[in-house]
Design a protein around this ligand. Sequence first.
Ligand SMILES: Cc1ncc(COP(=O)(O)O)c(C=O)c1O
Length: 330
Amino acid sequence: MAPAYHCVTMLDPALAMGAEVVLYPLNADLTPDRYRLDEVYKQSVKPVRVMVATHFFGFIQDFSWLRQWCEEKAIVLVEDCAHVLFTERDQARGAGKFGKFVASSPYKFFPSPDGGFLYAPDARRLDGVGIQSAGFLSELRGIKRSAEISREPKIRKPDIDQIDKLLDSIISKIPEPGNDRVLQRPAQSTRYSADSVRTASLRSSRWVINHSSISGNVCRRQANYRCWLKALSDVPNCHVLYPQLPEHVVPYMLPLYVDFPNPHFYWLKQLGVPIWRWDEMAVSDCQVAHDHRLHLLHLPCHQSLTGDEMNWMIAAVTKVLSLFEEEARG
Ligand SMILES: Cc1ncc(COP(=O)(O)O)c(C=O)c1O
């Protein structure tokens, strides 16, 4: 069982093992809908073995009730901490406390070319997990990639005073929706690499992760998130999904719900604002996932964003969302 709101890479490992994935419904805040879980569980033709529960965008949820629900049914709970800066610090604050296994993606928080954590509170559960070194050539490529990542600007932005001019030319055309592919059922993505399953993360990734400042990362991400919150408070046609940033949360991205994804999402993309959304998602009868698929944008709050880059993104998002489609086309 996996959350109805998902990116395809969340389902890939299970699909690659030949498992069938059942999507469970979520509440508006993306926590599992506990009142409908039993219904979904009972509908599953095959016995349910594993459930994935996600702390979306780094907002740590209390999954103690879910752990109990899984225990009663002998389901293995996998706690998805991909959006959590998973350190001892986060563990102390709740992340990684609920699952029999905990998976996290440190490359989302550190400038490392790859890397993944698999953690089990009961270490014996990991006894059968074997990984091999990536090999000499991959390690060399990893060093090159680490050097490139450290030099790359996080966003390629035009001047702030060019936004209006650029926007004028963008809004004069009808937005092209791109390849909006709806998956009728969970399907493995082309990004999945079976080879990487048993490959250890690169030494360069481990070096970068071990030598990065956790506290600097935490402070800057929180500051960028707060900066977005302040800037977006008066912006029309949108609302922030998590408008409070608790002290213990290290945000992965800022989830912004936009009322008119067409045209606003396309205009933002065409302006070059680095935003994401999970439109390549398998359909389910979860209304929240269905709605968020096109409406929920993920805005960056990465620690390496400069003040200039934040100001540029804020100016671009504010200008775009303040434009109504009719006005803009008219
Ligand atoms: C919530 C969530 N879980 C799991 C994954 C998969 O993580 P990885 O890329 O480390 O395999 C992702 C990837 O973006 C994700 O967003």
